[in-house]
Design a protein around this ligand. Structure first.
Ligand code: FDA
Length: 491
């Protein structure tokens, strides 16, 4: 087996991994990053759009795995979108250099300060709102759509209709910032540059316009000359050595998923940034197969960030429905968070199917009052998730309240076309928690019971943050790595 020694290893190239890499490289440290997905930029393979799913559409699957309308068959390839199926919930994640930033909708939402304080009572919220969130906005290139463009552009009819209907029903709407470059979008509308958001590109990757991590944090980290990214390298398990260093068993694969090399990596310092499910799998599996020590809090306080999908159909399309042409980039939301009985935030989501399906799609984000727990099943070698309808009961009640109120004011029915009974309780885009900051780790993400192991990703957030999570994940990673470097953890 090929053996590599690296002083600092990072597993995963999503938000937490990319932030850690940049700050360590800037501090002059040599960093090796292992990513199980493909380096799409280097491969030169284009991303496919939603109407013609190709290589990038799914992680080693024979059929597409979008939340609905999976009529397309595929040749298995290490695509960008993966789905983990549990009994009561399906969890979508991004794969590839850039992690979730390759497949997500780019919605860059800062959490409500009051909720942030409730979720993280021990963090200095003032510092987050004055320093870390603004820093993250700058690094991720967050921007806002021009109101005139939004008003005129046929690709945003779904947002205009969604907002008008929400107002009629008495709801408050908000403009949602995004990492998609809206100046680029205005040019693509005029056909001055190749189309991406207006060409149904998003959940299988964007070829243009979107400032995913490979264009921001990872690009800057690579420019220091201190970062090496090894793609198609999947970490199978971790061993703690007597001298408190770590040994990783790694499989290198080709793009069909076949293993081409078994490798061993040794490191002094290890950062787990494999995303909530990836990090939990590595910790729990390594514990089961290698007696890897894990703290009792690992796996606890897991949540779906209150994700609940629902939709509405109009019997008679309202003023022509939401339009056949739809941008894939959401820019509108309904903010009902202050309602004591039914607190939720919902994205006014696009449904770019190339035809007017007279359907409005919403991804609700609710509080998570009942958390789940993740464990590892040695026999099936899979994660167990203690999560069922009782965890989503209040979310369903909120969705029902929302849809009924919208339909009363605007006409329409619950969308049975999209989901079995119009409720997608099993759709999760935002798995969070299981390795909670200050509980399973110290105040800066260093794992309890370990000397040289850190977790910096979505698993630090205790299952809920009230809005789309990547801005918070990035800000927490910035905060943790800054303090870990200051404490000479990587000296
Ligand atoms: P992230 O999941 O980004 O990265 C982890 C990386 O580790 C992945 O690249 C993975 O392949 C790799 N990895 C895992 N296990 C490994 C192993 N054993 N060995 C090597 N590598 C391994 N959020 C938001 O704020 N706004 C939005 O608009 C959206 N929209 C959205 C749409 C869709 C379809 C999805 C699936 C998700 C979103 N999200 C979102 C959620 C957001 O993308 C998500 O919360 C973050 O990407 C999580 O960041 P992390 O750093 O935790 O891990």
């Amino acid at each position: 087996k090929e053996i590599t020694d690296a002083p600092i290893l990072i597993i995963g190239s999503g938000y937490g991994g990319a932030v850690s890499a940049l700050r360590l490289c800037e501090a002059g440290k040599k960093v090796v990053m292992l990513e199980m997905g493909l380096n799409w930029e280097k491969s030169g393979i284009p991303f496919s759009n939603m109407l013609k799913p190709g290589k990038s559409a799914a992680w080693l699957k024979k059929k597409t795995i979008a939340p609905f309308m999976n009529i397309f068959s595929l040749t298995p390839f290490t695509g960008t979108l993966d789905r983990m199926d549990f009994e009561h919930i399906n969890i979508w994640v991004g794969r590839g250099v850039g992690g979730g930033s390759l497949v997500n909708g780019g919605m860059a939402v800062t959490p409500k300060e009051s909720y942030f304080r409730e979720v993280f009572p021990d963090l200095d919220a003032d510092k987050f709102y004055s320093t870390y969130f603004p820093l993250v906005h700058k690094e991720l290139k967050v921007n806002v759509i021009g109101e005139q463009f939004l008003k005129d552009c046929p690709y945003y009819k779904f947002t205009r209709v969604g907002e008008a209907e929400a107002h009629k029903a008495g709801f408050k709407t908000i403009r949602v910032p995004n990492v998609y470059d809206f100046q680029y979008m205005e040019k693509e509308y005029k056909n001055e540059v190749p189309r991406s958001a207006f060409n149904t590109e998003v959940i299988y990757g964007n070829n243009h316009g979107k400032n995913s991590l490979d264009k921001t944090y990872l690009k800057k980290a690579l420019e220091t000359g201190n970062l090496e990214i090894l793609d198609l390298h999947c970490v199978e398990n971790i061993k703690l050595n007597e001298d408190k260093t770590y040994t990783l068993n790694v499989q290198q694969t080709d793009t069909s998923g076949a293993v081409v090399a078994d490798k061993v990596f040794n490191c002094k310092k290890l950062i787990l940034a494999a995303g909530t499910m990836g990090t939990l799998r590595l910790l729990l599996k390594s514990n089961a197969v290698n007696h890897f020590p894990i703290h009792e809090q690992i796996g606890k306080s897991w949540g779906n960030n209150g994700n609940f999908m629902t939709g509405r159909n109009w019997v008679k399309p309202l003023s022509g429905g939401t339009g056949a042409k739809q941008s894939t980039i959401p820019v509108g939301g309904i903010d009902n968070w202050e309602d004591k009985e039914h607190p939720f935030f919902t994205e006014i989501a696009p449904l770019p199917m190339g035809m007017d399906v007279a359907t409005a799609l919403y991804l609700l984000i609710n509080r998570v009052d009942k958390k789940g727990e993740v464990s590892y099943n040695v026999n099936s070698q899979k994660l167990n998730l203690n999560w069922d309808q009782s965890n989503t009961a209040k979310m369903k009640e909120n969705a029902d309240y929302f849809i009924k109120k919208m339909n009363r004011a605007n006409g329409g029915t619950r969308s049975h076309f999209l989901f079995n009974n119009g409720f997608g309780a099993d759709v999760c885009y935002h798995p969070l928690g299981g390795c909670v900051l200050g509980k399973a780790t110290n105040e800066y993400g260093k794992l309890k019971d370990h000397n040289n192991l850190y977790v910096l990703d979505g698993s630090l957030i205790p299952g809920t943050i009230g809005v789309n999570p990547f801005v918070t994940i990035t800000a927490i990673a910035e905060y943790c790595i800054e303090n870990l470097i200051r404490q000479n953890e990587f000296a």
